[in-house]
Design a protein around this ligand. Structure first.
Ligand SMILES: N[C@@H](CCC(=O)N[C@@H](CS)C(=O)NCC(=O)O)C(=O)O
Length: 271
């Protein structure tokens, strides 16, 4: 099994958390979307949307995050030898998964990146797309679509209404999470006492808020969410998938590495 992912990608974090929780071995391929690695022809041929994560098991390729997560759940049930005995996720878990996945972090994240950094990332990515298009003319139509999407994204970021809608949706989700977590004082996870697929999907959302230095505004003011968030930091899966890249000073190193890469490549005009 192979996973094409990146620590920066929120949907990749969801899948990786689950793989770690279920102790499933896989071959990991880092595809950094900020440096445009997801624009490489090999990746585009596998997934014409260029989005992460992509999960491959033999000839079976899955691009949709919820589908990947449910597939991993089935693998884990089968490999534990409990097939037919262990019920798959409850209706409530599945509902939470969809509710969490409905929040698209793209614009929220981009709005909170300083404009000058955002502008140079976008400029770099547009040049990467054009360079890849020249290398693989047979993929020109997909690259054109991606380029158009990049311009549209830039356009939307000028519209404050887009940010307002993302914020509203996030606030609604966090309020629902806070009240669900508060329903039982003994339950540590979103749907009861056990870590479920819903937690694997929720933790990266909180990690994104924290990465953007917005914890005070969105997490700390919700006591149940704040308690949950500090609790999940102790899980080995969290440490491996998120903590080692973004906790404390690691965050500066991770961001600095990407920033230096972009800067040097732009200076050398190597796209
Ligand atoms: N098909 C995926 C989409 C995942 C997605 O939007 N991935 C983002 C990262 S979390 C991505 O790859 N962005 C790179 C890009 O848009 O170029 C799903 O909805 O499950």
């Amino acid at each position: 099994m192979q996973l094409f992912h990146h620590p920066y990608s929120l949907d990749s974090q969801k899948v990786r958390l689950l793989l770690e929780e279920k102790n499933i071995d896989y071959t990991s391929h880092h595809v950094n979307p900020i440096t445009g690695k997801n624009m490489d022809p090999f990746f585009f041929r596998m997934n014409p949307s260029g989005k992460l994560p992509v999960f491959q098991n033999g000839s079976h390729i899955i691009y949709d995050t919820i589908e990947i997560i449910r597939y991993i759940e089935r693998i884990s049930v089968v490999s534990s030898g409990m097939d037919g005995l262990t019920p798959s996720s409850s209706e409530e878990v599945v509902q939470w998964m969809h509710r969490i996945q409905e929040w698209d972090p793209k614009y929220f994240t981009l709005f909170h990146i300083p404009v000058r950094h955002r502008t140079s990332i976008f400029k770099f990515l547009r040049r990467v797309i054009i360079a890849r298009m020249a290398e693989s003319p047979d993929l020109a139509s997909v690259y054109h679509l991606t380029l158009r999407e990049a311009y549209e994204t830039d356009e939307k970021l000028r519209n404050p209404e887009v940010l307002r809608r993302c914020e509203e949706q996030l606030i609604r989700l966090l309020d629902q999470v806070d009240s669900r977590l508060g329903e039982s004082s003994s339950s540590s996870y979103l749907v009861g006492e056990q870590f479920t697929l819903a937690d694997a999907m929720l933790i990266p959302v909180l990690a994104r808020i924290s990465l953007l230095n917005l914890e005070t505004m969105y997490i700390s003011i919700r006591p149940n969410v704040a308690k949950y968030w500090s609790g999940v930091h102790h899980r080995p899966s969290y440490k491996k998938v998120i903590g080692r890249y973004f906790d404390g000073w690691q965050k500066q190193i991770t961001l600095c590495k990407t920033w230096c890469f972009l800067h040097i490549r732009s200076m050398l005009r190597k796209y």
